[in-house]
Design a binder for this molecule. Structure first.
Ligand SMILES: [Zn+2]
Length: 284
């Protein structure tokens, strides 16, 4: 079974949740980490995780959603959310230097503060780093993020560079700090990513869909969902001269390893699903 290590499926209309999960199940996705992007949204992620056994929550404030640097009160609230038994990662946090993104100082302070919350609760961080515009060689967000990750010794708590889109040199820097690299559907269209997809060691690769309500796509059937995870695994298998089954096995093991203390929560569910499938005669 696959683990979708980063999605926002709690942001879909509540009446769609069961169907999205059923489609994920049919596509062999055993667990989905749904990440909050604001304090209120993180609460909704936890509520969804409480309702569905395959869904686990991330809590955090996305850099693009900051309206100010996180206040003491915000930090307290996030810390309270992070202590929920349904939470497995601190996410979505990070640095975003796109044109209209919030003040860089707020972002740096808030990223730092959220790494500290993660440390307090022994949660791995799943972070976002996005550069200005479409310049593939831009690196201001990268530089800002790396210096914060280093200053805060975030490698100790571990985690993942989610939706990775940079060059191999950048991936190597993150790998050296101890992080995983997570690939999304962009792997199929950004050829510059292929070198990273080939060179990232077996024990550091993850897969994710980053699924959220893509209202800009008119045809609902075309929205990315956790069920699409196999497409990423297929692309990785081709690039790495491996098989989809091998990619499935190693990315799921990696996802569990990345979770550290929280891995048992997810492992238990995956084992339960396997037993259920076996008794129902489903070969997976
Ligand atoms: Zn995301």
């Amino acid at each position: 079974m696959f683990v979708d290590t980063h999605a926002h499926i709690h942001q879909h209309a509540p009446n769609e949740s069961s169907e999205i999960i059923a489609r994920a199940v049919a596509a062999n996705v055993g667990a989905i980490f749904t990440a909050g992007t604001t304090i209120e949204d993180s609460q909704i992620a936890i509520e969804m995780a409480a309702k569905f056994d395959r869904v686990f929550a991330g809590v955090g404030v996305h850099p693009s959603d900051l309206e100010h640097s996180l206040s003491g009160d915000d930090i307290l609230k996030l810390s309270e959310l992070a202590s929920s038994p349904h939470v497995v990662v601190m996410s979505e946090i990070g640095i975003d230097h796109q044109q209209k993104s919030p003040d860089k100082e707020w972002q740096a302070e808030s990223f730092h503060a959220q790494i500290n919350i993660a440390r307090e609760h022994s949660l791995p961080i799943v972070f976002h780093i996005r550069e200005h515009a479409d310049d593939y060689d831009a690196h201001s967000a990268r530089d800002a993020a790396i210096s914060i990750l280093k200053e805060s010794n975030a490698g100790e708590i571990g985690g993942t560079a989610h939706y990775f889109q940079g060059r191999w040199s950048f991936a190597r820097e993150l790998l050296d700090l101890g992080f995983y690299i997570s690939f999304a559907k962009t792997l199929a269209r950004i050829s510059d990513l292929e070198e990273t997809a080939v060179k990232t060691p077996d024990n550091r690769i993850l897969v994710e869909t980053d699924a959220y309500p893509q209202t800009f796509k008119k045809n609902r059937a075309n929205w990315t969902e956790p069920r699409d995870i196999a497409l990423i695994a297929e692309k990785l298998a081709i690039l790495r001269g491996s098989s989809v089954m091998a990619i499935e096995k190693l990315t799921t093991e990696n996802a569990l390893d990345m979770l550290g203390e929280r891995s048992d929560l997810v492992r238990t569910i995956l084992v339960q699903i396997q037993i259920r499938n076996r008794t129902q005669g489903i070969s997976r």
